[in-house]
Ligand binder design. Structure first.
Ligand SMILES: C[S@@+](CC[C@H](N)C(=O)[O-])C[C@H]1O[C@@H](n2cnc3c(N)ncnc32)[C@H](O)[C@@H]1O
Ligand SMILES: [Zn+2]
Length: 316
């Protein structure tokens, strides 16, 4: 078994529907074939809701685009040969869009998420006949012994935890010496990025019950997206500027081949994603680089300077 107790890293023994720690006797239920190391409903429930609503939206197999794969290659510099036959951990898998790519490339994937999005990821990969393990757990206290994985990655997650640097240390801990780490889609803390309408409204929106907030965001996107699209197409204004003026995510012209229905659905998904998560804790590049150094990650390569996009290898 690859799991251990997240509290004290004790070995686990398996009964029919539980994993039990041999050291502290903590019991973790297995529900729907998924070990649950955290309460099923928790601070990340808005993501559980989000990924149930948009379970397939950004999966390459459903959108018929290669956007998820392109983000893995372009944002982390990972290719099929890096993961084929390797044991790979996806930290914060959401609906499983990146796990899907790694599994198709022949990686032996373990997908972990804090929320019940993990059930959507399992459904999605199983429907495609892809093999992976799924676990509901906490990036801040990963339920794996040291040096378990050949490769570990996380995309768009660390900022949504209470302590992103601790999550990064945990990723380094469970990576084996010589193993590969990839980071992409971490919010960067810069003055420019802090000037965003979401930071004005989040103190209110994060207190609104998830389903009510979703209705509000839906109404807002219905109103603002057409104006935003007009500003992009006719006035030729930049994506970042239009996003800030209209406070709606608009990928028109930014994601090649995105069709009209995808523009709407992605706008709804990502605008909700700005306003609903409990945490929005960006990091600086220096903080990430320092944490990688502490985690004994060598040969750190900045894959793309636009944002936080790194790959590196753990010292042997
Ligand atoms: C913006 S979504 C990104 C999902 C996926 N990586 C993607 O890019 O499509 C952030 C994910 O992080 C998960 N998450 C938040 N806090 C977490 C934690 N402490 N441990 C593990 N996952 C967490 C959420 O449940 C959510 O699914
Ligand atoms: Zn224990």
């Amino acid at each position: 078994m690859i799991y251990c107790c997240p509290k004290d890293r004790g070995a686990l023994s398996q009964t029919e529907s539980n994993l039990v720690c041999e050291r502290c006797s903590s019991k973790y239920e297995i529900i729907n074939g998924i070990p649950r190391f955290v309460a099923m409903e928790n601070y990340s429930s808005s993501f559980g809701f989000e990924w149930k609503q948009f379970s397939k939206t950004q999966l390459d197999s459903a959108s018929m685009m290669s956007q998820s794969m392109d983000r893995i290659t372009g944002g982390m510099g990972w290719y099929a040969e890096d993961v084929k036959g390797k044991l790979v951990l996806d930290v914060g898998c959401g609906s499983g869009r990146f796990s899907e790519v790694i599994a198709k490339w022949g990686g032996r994937v373990v997908s972990l998420d804090y929320s019940v999005a993990i059930d959507e990821a399992k459904k999605n990969l199983n429907n495609l006949g892809l093999n992976a393990d799924f676990v509901q757990g906490d990036a801040l206290s990963l339920p794996f012994p040291d040096n378990t994985f050949d490769a570990v990655f996380s995309i768009g997650v660390l900022q949504h935890t209470a302590d992103p640097l601790l999550a990064l240390r945990e990723m380094c801990r469970v990576l084996r010496p010589g193993g590969l780490i990839g980071l992409h889609g971490i919010y960067e803390r810069t003055l420019k990025k802090s000037i965003h309408p979401k930071y004005l409204f989040r103190p209110i929106t994060t207190r609104i019950p998830t389903e009510t907030l979703f209705k509000i965001v839906k109404a807002w996107v219905g109103f603002s997206l057409p104006i935003s699209r007009f500003m992009r197409k006719k006035l030729k204004l930049r994506q970042g500027l239009v996003e800030r003026i209209m406070s709606v995510a608009n990928y028109e012209g930014a994601v090649p081949g995105i069709g009209d229905s995808n523009v709407y659905e992605w706008a709804l998904l990502d605008t909700f994603d700005w306003y609903s998560p409990a945490y929005d804790n960006p990091l600086t590049k220096k903080e990430v680089e320092d944490a990688l150094a502490v985690g004994k990650i060598d040969k750190v390569i900045e894959v793309d300077p636009h944002g936080i996009n790194y790959k590196g290898y753990k010292q042997k």
